[in-house]
Structures are given as structure tokens and as C-alpha cells.
Design a protein around this ligand. Structure first.
Ligand code: SF4
Length: 262
């Protein structure tokens, strides 16, 4: 019950900031409209203001449907296909604004990104996905590998000797158990290459909040379930992951289980 409440709070942060961005843009639009109507400026200036205002109206309408779609999806725990486009546009267009508002209120960037990942995961889980294992890619970061491991597994993950010294061994066991693809990325370029090579229809990605956020947006429209790593030794060094969370995400993509209660 407690975890469910925390999940809700996490999602609320992103949705709240997104709504604040929408309201702020609406106020900006009202100001533009006011100046356009009351200005004694040249015709050209007025036309430019009206054009800008029209673009903002379009953006706001799409974003309003998007934010509404996210809230309805969270409330009803169902995919609302008609609002998929606006949700995607609202999230990707307003994301920088959400971060800027968060900065203004001194909200930790990682907390906002974590909230975004929670919202993204919820939206993915609201769909019914029954993918075959070959359509799933497990993307993992190289910092999960033990730092003093001598084997170069970023080139070929099968170079891992499965000594059990780090979690890579358990993730490879998951790969073999489910028959999915797995790639270890050192950054966005390699991650994009795996996506290009395997052409997945669903991705389970492990990374820090920053990389997961950009990865989810890069992979769009491919659904990505993000699992944030743990960093007991600081960023990018011997990071860890709760393997059951990864397995649950993989089995969701395969079995298309019903949305978890929110
Ligand atoms: S399981 Fe062992 S061999 Fe494989 S990456 Fe980890 S430390 Fe290296």
C-alpha cells in the first residue's frame, strides 16, 4: 500500500509540473493576445504576434489533450488510443519546460526525471502488449559490469565468463530464460545501434534517470519500460539493479499482463 502511494506521489510530480507548464503557456498566450489587440504597433508586428499566438493556441490544445490523456490513463488504468498522439507531443514538447519549472522551484532534476519514468512506465503498462521474446530488447548500461572485470563485454556481451562477480551474470540468465535480445551500451550511440539492429517492438532499459529519460524519448514510439539502477558507489561505477524488477518488466512485455493497480 505504501509503495502504491509513493508511486502515485512520484507520478503526480511530473503531471503537476506538466500542468503548471500548460497554465504558464496559457497565460503567455493571453498576454500575447492582449498586446496584439491593444498595441498601436505596425501591422507587421501585430500579424507576427497573432501568428505566434495561433501557434501557441495549437500547442496548448494538443498539450491540454495530452495532459488530460495522461491523467485519464492514470485514473482508469487503460490505454486511451485516441489520445496517444497528444500525450506523446505533450510529454516530449513540454519536457524541457517541466525541467525549467522544476529548477525554478529548486526541485531535484533526478526526482523529476524519476517521476517522468514512472509516468512513462504506467502509460506503457496501460497497453496490452503480447510480444514474442524475439521482439524484446534488454538494454543495460556498461557500469553494471564489475569495474575490475578483465573481459570486454561491451563489444560482445557473450564474453562475460559468468563468474557471478556482478549482476551481468543474472541478466544473461534472464536473456537465456526468456530468449530475448540483450545489449550492453556505453552510451546513446551504441544503444541506438542495438535498436537499429534488433528492431525491437518493446524495450526494457536499465540506466540512471538521465540516460533513461533521453533513451525513452529517443526510442519513441517504441514502448520502453525503464528500470532505474542503484548507485551505491556513485555514478557510473559498479552500479546495481534489482533483477526481479527487470524480470517483471520482461514478462509484462511478453504476457501483456493487466495493468497493475495504481
Ligand atoms: S559476471 Fe563476472 S565475467 Fe561477467 S561481467 Fe561480471 S565480473 Fe565480468
Amino acid at each position: 500500500m505504501k509503495a502504491v502511494t509513493i508511486d502515485h506521489v512520484r507520478k503526480r510530480l511530473f503531471v503537476g509540473l506538466l500542468s503548471a507548464g500548460l497554465i504558464g503557456t496559457g497565460l503567455l498566450l493571453a498576454a500575447i493576445w492582449y498586446f496584439a489587440v491593444n498595441s498601436s504597433e505596425s501591422m507587421l508586428n501585430q500579424v507576427l504576434l497573432v501568428a505566434l499566438g495561433t501557434m501557441l493556441v495549437g500547442g496548448i490544445l494538443v498539450a491540454a489533450f495530452g495532459v488530460g490523456g495522461i491523467i485519464l490513463t492514470i485514473l482508469y488504468a487503460r490505454d486511451i488510443s485516441a489520445l496517444k498522439g497528444p500525450i506523446r507531443v505533450a510529454v516530449s514538447t513540454f519536457f524541457p519546460l517541466v525541467l525549467a519549472i522544476g529548477r525554478f522551484f529548486h526541485i531535484d532534476k533526478d526526482r523529476i526525471k524519476h517521476s517522468y519514468i514512472e509516468v512513462n512506465n504506467f502509460l506503457v503498462r496501460s497497453k496490452t502488449l503480447k510480444l514474442s521474446p524475439g521482439q524484446i530488447l534488454l538494454l543495460v548500461p556498461h557500469c553494471l559490469q564489475k569495474s575490475d572485470c578483465p573481459y570486454k563485454i561491451t563489444v560482445d556481451i557473450n564474453n562475460c565468463r559468468r563468474c557471478g562477480g556482478c549482476v551481468v551474470n543474472e541478466l544473461l540468465e534472464l536473456r537465456d530464460k526468456y530468449g530475448i535480445h540483450m545489449g550492453m551500451a556505453t552510451g546513446g550511440t551504441l544503444a541506438r545501434k542495438f535498436v537499429k539492429d534488433y528492431r525491437p517492438r518493446g524495450i526494457v532499459a536499465i540506466a540512471c534517470e538521465r540516460d533513461l529519460t533521453s533513451g525513452i524519448q529517443d526510442a519513441n514510439p517504441i514502448p520502453v519500460l525503464g528500470v532505474t539502477n542503484e548507485r551505491p558507489f556513485g555514478p557510473c561505477l559498479n552500479t546495481q539493479i534489482k533483477v526481479p524488477l527487470v524480470e517483471e518488466a520482461i514478462s509484462f512485455l511478453i504476457e501483456g499482463k493487466e495493468q497493475m493497480a495504481s
